[in-house]
Ligand binder design. Structure first.
Ligand code: ZN
Length: 427
């Protein structure tokens, strides 16, 4: 059988099975409180009706004899969305930690670890993730995504970017003898034509988004501006963005400092990842273009310690610059989505730690939670499916004990997870 025939056969089987089955039954979630991600307010004693994989009603009455999940001591929220993860990475504090994963672990072994990380993400309460490249593990993210979609393994809904792009000489592994061929953590491209070809190739193998690394080698100037070496030329970046957009895909740009961010914004990327320093005029352009900012705060602190130990103390100074940028971005009205870079730090650390940092840097708990729910779903163009607790959306619902609007660190204690109407973590 040709591969192309398989999906059609699956659809026919599903339709046939549906035709035979009784109507999907309704389950009722009795929530002590509900933060729906939409109204900005906490509602008390709300019952959510879930039929099949979707929410059928919010504020339902429970009929006698119905299936009820008692969350009356909990606050229910939309399933969390992390827009910057790496399921194929296990945390790297130093360059050597990274090299070990690329040189000593096969892509197959790394994929097995990734399935464990996908389960961890779901257990932490993340029902959707945008996984921002496999770091040398090829197209393995497409397979992890597929295995989750087919119900082979538990995990969040995944948006994947596959291999990511950078130019020759800019991305690890670096520093080996020229006669020793070593793998790189992404696909190297030089020139607009190669870049376009790589975008076409990655999309053809399953990339939902394209990711570029726009800068490297950071240094703090005397005037407080964080400087960098831009990797791509503006022409190369424009070719990538044009090609991706032409094929109805979006572009995420790892851009930490002045030129990387500026070129990315000028080229029309859809999200700036990290953005430790963003010039005031680039913030204005981001607002005008609707470019998203995914600040990934916690990982900065995590990485800084390791980089400083390796003799790059600039990473410690970058934290202050980043905090100032975050304040300026909020003030300018830039769209901010929650993303953590987990995988850059170990998956045994709950990425929901990021909430605490967003609030410490000036967001209200409501804003931080919305950045990880409704706002994040907009970034992913999935606002019709996930991100809020509303009738018609996927029943992606999590719960925490107590009042997360008073103490946002409770998001690190998700003790109930439902995704698509299926309970993955029972209370
Ligand atoms: Zn990352």
């Amino acid at each position: 059988m040709k591969r192309a025939q398989i999906p059609l056969l699956l659809i026919l089987l599903c339709v046939f099975a549906r035709g035979q089955a009784a109507p999907a039954k309704t389950t009722y979630l009795r929530c002590g409180s509900l933060f729906d991600g939409k109204s900005g307010q906490l509602k008390k004693n709300v019952v959510i009706a879930v039929m099949g994989e979707k929410i059928s009603e919010v504020g339902a009455n429970v009929p006698a004899g119905a299936d009820v999940i008692d969350l009356s001591r909990e606050t229910c929220l939309p399933g969390l969305i992390d827009t910057h993860t790496h399921v194929l990475l296990q945390g790297d504090i130093t360059a050597d930690d990274y090299a070990v994963q690329l040189l000593r672990e096969s892509p197959e072994y790394r994929t097995i670890l990734a399935t464990v990380n996908a389960k961890r993400a779901l257990d932490y309460g993340f029902t959707t993730i945008r996984d921002l490249e496999t770091e040398g593990a090829g197209y393995a993210d497409v397979d992890v995504k597929k295995a989750i979609e087919y119900g082979v393994i538990p995990g969040p809904r995944m948006i994947v970017v596959t291999r990511a792009l950078d130019v020759t000489g800019a991305y690890p592994l670096q520093g080996y003898a020229p006669n020793v061929p070593v793998p790189h953590g992404l696909q190297l491209v030089d020139g607009p034509d190669e870049a376009r070809k790589a975008v076409r190739e990655q999309i053809s193998y399953g990339a939902d988004w394209i990711k570029v690394y726009s800068d490297r080698s950071y240094r703090l100037r005397d005037d407080g501006v964080l400087d960098d070496i831009p990797t791509f030329t503006l022409d190369e970046l424009k070719a990538i963005v044009d090609e991706a957009h032409r094929e109805r895909h979006k572009v995420a740009s790892h851009a930490v400092a002045l030129y990387g961010v500026h070129n990315s914004v000028e080229a029309g990327v859809d999200s700036i990842e990290h953005g430790d320093y963003i010039a005031p005029e680039d913030l204005k352009t981001m607002v005008a273009h609707g470019t998203w900012y995914v600040p990934t705060i916690y990982v900065g602190e995590y990485v800084a310690a390791g980089r400083a130990a390796e003799g790059a103390p600039v990473w410690l100074k970058m934290l202050k610059v980043h905090e100032d940028t975050f304040h300026r971005a909020m003030k300018a009205g830039v769209k901010i989505a929650f993303g953590t870079d987990v995988g850059g730090f170990a998956w045994t650390i709950n990425p929901a730690k990021e909430f605490e940092y967003m609030v410490k840097w000036g967001m209200t708990p409501e804003q931080a939670i919305e950045a990880a729910t409704a706002r994040a779903s907009e970034l992913l163009d999935m606002q019709d499916q996930v991100g809020t607790v509303e009738a018609g959306k996927f029943a992606d619902i999590v719960a925490v004990p107590g009042a997360p609007l008073a103490d946002v660190t409770l998001l690190e204690k998700v003790d109930f997870v439902m995704k698509g109407g299926v309970v993955y973590k029972p209370k």
